[in-house]
Design a protein around this ligand. Sequence first.
Ligand code: EPZ
Length: 425
Amino acid sequence: MDRIRIRGGAPLHGTIPIGGAKNAALPLMAAALLTAAPLRIANVPDLADIGTMVELLRSLGVAADIGPATGAAAGRVVTLDGGRVSDTTADYELVRKMRASVLVLGPLVARFGEARVSLPGGCAIGTRPVDLHLAGLRRLGAEIEIVDGYVLARAPTGLTGATVVFPQVSVGATENLMMAAALAAGETVLENAALEPEIVDLARCLATMGAEIDGAGTARIRIRGRQKLAGGEHRVIPDRIEAATYVMAGAITGGAIRLPGADPALMEAVGDVMARTGTEVAADADAVTVRRDGPLTAVNVATAPYPGFPTDAQAQLMAVAAIAAGTSVLTETIFENRFMHVPELARMGADISVRGNHATVRGVAALRGAPVMATDLRASVSLVLAGLVAEGETTVNRVYHLDRGYAGLVEKLAACGAEIERIRG
Ligand code: EPZ
């Protein structure tokens, strides 16, 4: 299994192009199931999770054409043609690999009147149920039962628009319901919808495909369903979490990095928090820039749904806090088990104690390199960040987690002066 070896200490200087957002691309790809016409999606990042979604869509009978990598951020054009969907079962083997597979449920039941999708089960960051997805689809008239670990959803005469009030904000449930509602008869109103930029991106794509949809980006989304949707062309928004991760890389090493392609409007909470640590995050014409010259200062931060500080950047911030002067308290409010990086950072010399969903991080003068590993994407990348500043050598194992969400991570960091390499085998 591949590993990443890092020799810490070099401040990063240079340019890192930001790719398309994984968490926008995955629902956009699922949206291809809503139409018999081709959907052409540009700026799709070159990631293992995208490959898993392609595999899943192909298993359902969607024809997928993946264009060559283009440009510095290596985005691809993916053309998906749902004209010959032959199966409505999303198999356990694929759903198990990637929870976002559950996003095919809404489109399948809306267009074909039936779907059989494996229940994803828990994962490293929490139990992550899909009850909100199922309750929402039931409101639209789907009959749903759980049989042998699979969700069986049926709507033989189609779905019907309704008001769905989410008791809790869920990005995935909002997306599944938006897609289902786009083919439901009449109007659907989603209340307490997620506000994430990835939701707005999906709404834009659905509108291109002919759906009538407004309010995306607010807590109330209104969708007027169509009998049929068309294909279309869409470009994925920049990955705000990839960008936030490289902002943290600049902060932790005390460097200056330009992030062309990043959208500053999507990163305000991250910019505000980093300013409090003594890191300058600014925007110029076509890039976000990050620079830190002075000392790092501790911060107290609680994760929150957008526009709050993202849970997907909490682990990376913790690596920064580990060497900031003073005591930081990081509170995780979205997932109940998203502190798996804590024991590994501690092995590198970080002083962190966890009580419930609060991590108290007492900044230390230096981290020390160590062999480490983590069980999810963002925890893994936080260990890479810690390795960039640790004394001596850090080896990060289980690199496949990083391949799920960071295209060209090693190359991008090395181009800015990091001593980092991937060891194959
Ligand atoms: C999306 O996951 C992202 N994934 C996650 O990114 C991200 O951490 C998360 O949103 C929060 O921002 C994709 O977009 C593919 P949720 P999602 O439904 O949609 C609970 C990464 O590192 N919940 O908003 O699965 C759930 O357990 C990943 O890139 C229910 O209780 O997240 C969690 O506590 C990891 N019942 C909270 O809601 C449900 O039916 C928010 O989850 C659904 C969710």
